[in-house]
Design a protein around this ligand. Structure first.
Ligand code: NOJ
Length: 557
């Protein structure tokens, strides 16, 4: 039992989060792009699925160079997605159904069309001149190239090329960790902090239940803009950003101060639904791609008071899909969690290849059981509950700017952003029959959609519904301890142990992450669920045989 265990009292500890990529969830106006009214129309589906909170990727006014992650107004709704009234209606409807709403917030950068940047680039004297990261060209020294070619340092953009773009008007470079249309805000400037916190309050006042903060670990950069060291294993085939090691432009210690400030903004607010339950009632989630020892620092010095409530843990996505490797991740994570920190796991998102494509359809079932029986808040990605896979994107269909900037290097993110599959009707019910979805539908949508899978007793959707219902039903599954995390050959095993009130059930989870059938030891118990949706209710004990890719949830005793 981990030292860090403590009673779960908050919805974001006991609940399950479901990510909606709004362009792709449900279109109501026939433009082929999803919208807020579409999400409202599908809330009953989410309630029926059994999730507790919906995280919505950005829908703010945007120049759409990065599909909403380039914000032009932090306190509005882009007409493509609807209106502020549509958002208020969505939030009210969600709350009425007992669902929480988490917004995606993008504090590291705005759009280059944001009025703040338009002003900041207008002159070297204007009040907002230091709201972004401006820098003179590197001194010529021996370098006789013109100033616009002498970048201040060797930092690279995550979307290819240098992280610096020359501005003719200001005769300076500005920094952009992503597209040149996404200039980085200067988080050392107190006015920037105040402006972003004010925008957060705008949404908190409206009643949102929390934020997922985009690239939280990138907010602060080295104040001296020092060069990053070269990456000794860069081989030319990887993305440009891998050319150097991000020593000076990621995970800077001062970032923790900002995280604490953001947390204070949220903690000043009470609950949106139900009575206060102590602790944080609105949740601060951080998008953070870091090794576990560095990741857990984002829980803050005293997790009950500072830090992110849930620094996203992406290690189930990044780790080799094998029992020994996954067992290692779970054990290390549990051991590293600071006292008072609540764990979490993510299996997919709009930046990662789809789960079913990464590990295959059968293993995706085991992954579902893993995610929903682990200790810690699970985050699901829309469509994973149908087993949706990556969609093939022809060159002329590419929409993702990251792929356009670095074609052929790795892969773009369009494949995992294809429209949600609802019904066996044209366009799978995502948009009107005569409309053109912004990305192609996954093949097989005629049978692998939510309505069709609802009718099939052994479908992926039914498996997810059962897992979510069990997690909700049994305190042990959402709030109990985790113990005996081990790999036995290809089988990952762990126990979930009830709180000490003597009334709860303990569970054994057995997941065969290999392809071959395996037999492992097992204490006496009753099978509550199998990922193949057969054999429930049978008694086991002594030894149990598990198919490749199969998972068993066993109630012990
Ligand atoms: C992380 C987001 O998840 C990704 O989709 C986006 O492109 C970058 N941040 C830039 O905002």
């Amino acid at each position: 039992m981990a030292d860090s265990e403590f009673a779960a009292t908050q919805w974001w500890q006991t609940g399950v989060i479901y990510q909606v990529y709004p362009r792709s969830f449900q279109d109501t106006d026939g433009d082929g792009v999803g919208d807020l009214r579409g999400i409202t129309a599908r809330l009953d589906y989410l309630v029926g699925l059994g999730v507790d909170a919906v995280w919505i990727s950005p829908f703010y006014p945007s120049s759409m160079a990065d599909f909403g992650y380039d914000v032009t107004d932090y306190t509005g709704v882009d007409p493509l997605f609807g209106t502020l009234e549509d958002f208020d209606a969505l939030l009210a409807a969600a709350h009425a159904k007992g669902l929480r709403v988490i917004l995606d917030f993008v504090p590291n950068h705005s759009s280059d069309q944001h009025p703040w940047f338009v002003e900041s680039r207008s002159s070297r004297e204007c009040p907002k001149r230091d709201w972004y990261l401006w820098h003179d060209a590197a001194p010529p020294g021996e370098d006789w190239r013109p100033a616009p070619e002498r970048v201040p340092n060797n930092w690279m953009s995550h979307f290819g090329g240098p992280a610096w773009t020359w501005d003719e008007g200001k005769q300076q470079f500005y920094l952009h960790s992503f597209l040149k249309e996404q200039p980085d805000l200067n988080w050392r400037n107190p006015e920037v902090r105040a402006a972003i916190y004010a925008a957060m309050r705008f949404w908190l006042d409206r009643g949102v239940d929390g934020f997922r903060m985009d690239v939280l670990w990138l907010l602060i950069k080295d104040e001296f803009f020092r060069d990053n060291p070269p990456n000794p294993v860069y081989d030319g085939a990887q993305h440009d950003v891998k050319r150097v090691l991000p020593v000076h432009n990621a995970d800077q210690s001062e970032t923790q101060e900002i995280v604490a400030e953001m947390r204070a903004v949220l903690d000043a607010y009470g609950p949106t639904m139900g009575a206060a339950n102590g602790g944080s009632s609105r949740v601060l989630i951080g998008e953070i791609y870091l090794p576990l020892p560095k990741l857990v620092r984002y829980y803050g010095a005293v997790p009950q008071l500072s830090g992110a409530n849930l620094p996203f843990n992406f290690h189930l996505i990044q780790t080799r899909w094998a029992a020994d490797a996954i067992a290692d991740v779970i054990r290390s994570y549990e051991a590293l969690l600071p006292a008072g920190a609540w764990p979490n796991y993510v299996l997919g998102n709009h930046d990662q290849p789809r789960l079913a494509s990464r590990i295959g359809a059968q293993q995706a079932r085991a992954a579902a059981m893993l995610l929903l029986t682990l200790r810690g808040t699970p985050t699901m990605y829309y469509g994973d509950e149908l087993g949706m896979a990556d969609v093939a994107i022809a060159p002329e269909q590419v929409r993702d700017p990251a792929e356009k900037n670095e074609p052929g290097k790795g892969r773009g993110r369009d494949p995992e952003r294809s429209p949600m599959l609802w019904v066996s009707a044209p366009n799978a019910g995502f948009t009107r029959p005569d409309a053109t979805p912004w990305l192609p539908l996954e093949k097989g949508w005629e049978t692998e959609n939510a309505a069709a899978q609802s009718q099939r007793p052994k479908s992926m959707l039914v498996l997810y519904r059962k897992l979510l219902a069990l997690r909700r039903q049994h305190d042990t599954l959402h709030s109990g301890a985790i113990a005996d995390v081990e790999a036995e050959g290809s089988v990952l095993r762990f126990r979930r142990v009830g709180l000490a009130d003597g009334e709860s059930t303990d569970f054994q989870v057995l997941l065969n992450l290999g392809m071959e059938v395996a037999t492992v030891k097992c204490a006496a118990g009753t099978v509550v669920l199998t990922t193949l949706l057969d054999g429930e209710g049978s008694r086991v004990g002594g030894a149990v045989t598990i198919e490749g890719g199969e998972g068993l949830l066993i109630a012990l005793g």
